[in-house]
Write a protein that binds this ligand. Sequence first.
Ligand code: WTA
Length: 646
Amino acid sequence: MSDYAPSTKFADQAVGKAALYDEAAADHEGFWAARAREYVTWSKDFDTTLDWSDAPFAKWFVGGELNVAYNCVDRHVEAGNGDRVAIHFVSANDDDDRAITYAEMQREVAKAANGLASLGVEKGDRVAIYMQMIPETIFTMLACARIGAPHSLVFAGFSADALRARIDDADAKIVVTSDGQFRKGKAMPLKKAVDDAVAGTSAKKVLVVKRTGIDVAWNDDRDVWWDDVVTPASDTHEAVAHDSEHPLFLLYTSGTTGKPKGILHTTGGYLVQCAYSNAVVHDLHPETDVYWCTADIGWVTGHSYIVYGPMANGATQIVFEGTPDSPHKGVFWEIVQKYGVSILYTAPTAIRTFMKWGHDIPEGYDLSSLRVLGSVGEPINPEAWRWYREHIGGGDTPIVDTWWQTETGAIMNSPLPGVTELEPGSSQAPIPGIHAEVLDDDGNKLTDPDAVGYLVLTKPWPAMLRGVWRDPQRYKDTYWSRFGPDLYFAGDGAKYDEKGNIWILGRVDDVMNVSGHRMSTAEIESALVSHDKVAEAAVVGATDPTTGQAIEAFVILRQDAADAADSADEGGELVTELRNHVATQIGPIAKPRSIMIVSELPKTRSGKIMRRLLKDVAENREVGDVTTLADSSVMSLIQDGMKSSG
Ligand code: WTA
C-alpha cells in the first residue's frame, strides 16, 4: 500500500465515505436532494431538485425556501450549541483577540440586520462591503443574507477606483467599511478609499466600523458610525425565508476583458454544496475540530469556507487579522499550537513562502493537533505538497488539494481524505456529485495520459454561478459556448495521468494567478494605458517560484514621454510612477513585478499582441516561433533592451 493511502484510523472516523461516489453515480439529482435535506434546514421543502430546461440558466431546489443566516447561526443555538465558539478572532494586535460564541453571533447578526434595515436596506438591495478580516465583516454578510439583500464584498486591498466600478455595476445602496485596518502593526486608512469612491454613485449611506481609531473625514449626510446604528439596535431579528434561487451575493472576478465580472450566487444550492463539501473534504467534526481557513473574506474562499460552509456546519474556527510574517514568521504555527487547530486550509503561495523561510520555524511549535491540511487557489507543486505533509502535517496528515473557482462557488475536484489514495500535486478527481472531464479541442474526452486538454464540467452543480450580473450574454459566451450549451468551460488547461487523476495546468485564457489571486492581463493593460505617458501596454504572467506567477509589463511610451525619458534618463522613476498608477487604478496586488519600456510590441499581422513571445522573454527562455509576427525583428529589439536594462 502506498504511503498516501488513508490510514484505517482516519478512514473509520471520516465524514466522507466511498459509498457517496456510488450514490452520486446512480442518481445525480437524487444525490443532491439527499445532501440538501441533510445539510440545510428548509423553511419550506423544495419540490424539484433541478430545473435545467433553460440551460445554462439553472434553478436548484425549486420551490424551496430557507434563510441562510438562520442556517449558519440560529439553528445551532436552537440545537443547544449556543455556547460553542463560532469564531476565535485572532489579531496581530493581541489585545483585540476575542472568542464569539454562536449565541453572541446570533445577537450580533440580528443587530447588524436591524441596523442595516434602519438605514433603508431591504430585500433585494445590494450592499457593498469593503472591510478587512474582522468579525463585523461576518456579521454584515450574515445580516445581508438574513434580510435577503445580496452583498458584494470588495477586497480591502483594492483601490478607490476598483471599488467605485464595483459599486456602480451592482448599484449598491450602501457601503459598509471601517475607519482603517492594521497592516503589520500599523493603522492604515480604509474609509478614505470609500470617500473617494462613492461620490456620484448609487450608494447614499456609508456605515463605518471603528477599528483603528485613526482620523477620518466625515460627511454628516452620508456617513454613520456602526456604534451609533448597529450597537444600540435590538439583538433580535426575525429571519424570513427566501426563495432557494434568491440572490445571495455578487463577487467580482477578473476575466479576459478589462471589466471584472459580477459573479452571481444564489441561496439554496450554494449553501448546500458549501456545507456538504466542507464536511466531506475537510472532514469537519464540528463538536471537536478547530478549523482555520487562512483566506481573506474578500475572496470566494473566504465566502464559502470561512463564512457559509463552516458556519452552516456549526464549526469553531479561527479568523485571523494579520499576515503570515507579522508580528513574526512563526505566527501561523503559534496560532495552531495555542488554539489546537485541527484543520488548516491555506494556499500554495503561503506554503512555498514557509518553505523558503525554513522548516526550523514550524518545528519550534507543537503542531500535533493538525489532522487535515488543505490547499486552494493554484496548482501546488509536488515538492511544496511533500514539504507541507512532512513539516506541517508530521508526515502522515492527509492533504486535500481542492480545485474550484469563484464561479463554481464551492469545491469541485479534491480527494476525500478518508477515501482517496493521495497523489501529490494533483487535485485528482471530482468529489461525489460533481462531474468533470478533460476534453480535447474537439470536445472528446482525452484518453492519452500525455495529451493536454481543457477542464470541463459536464453536469450542473448546486453552487454553480447563476450568471454574470446584468450580462447574460457574457455568461453564455464565457462559460457555455466553447464546448456546447450545457458543458461548462472552466478556462483551465488539464490532463490525466496513467491512474486517471486530473492535473490542473493553469489558465488557458488571459488570466494570471498571482499568489492565488486572479488578475486579468487586460485589466492591468488598461490601467497602464490610462496613464497619460503610455501609448500601449502588454502584460504577461511569468512563472515565479513563490507567487506562482508574477506580473510582467511591457510598455510603449507616447512620443513626448519617450523623448523626455531618454533625455533625462529617468526610466527608473517612470517605472515607479507607472507601478504606483496601477496600484491606484486597481490595487497594490496588481502592481507589475517589473515594467519594461519598449519601442515595439510583437504583433501578428492582424494586430493581436503575441503574449506567448513576451512570456518567453520574461521567463528568460529562447523565444519561440516568430514567423507569424508582422515584423520579426521586434523580438530581438525587445531582448536587446532587456539585456541592457539588466
Ligand atoms: C486556479 C479560487 C490548481 C484555477 C478558489 C482556477 C487551482 C482559478 C486550484 C480560480 C487548485 C484554484 N489547483 N489550480 N487546487 N484552485 N485554482 O476564482 O486556475 O480565485 O480557474 O477561485 O484558480 O480562482 P478563483
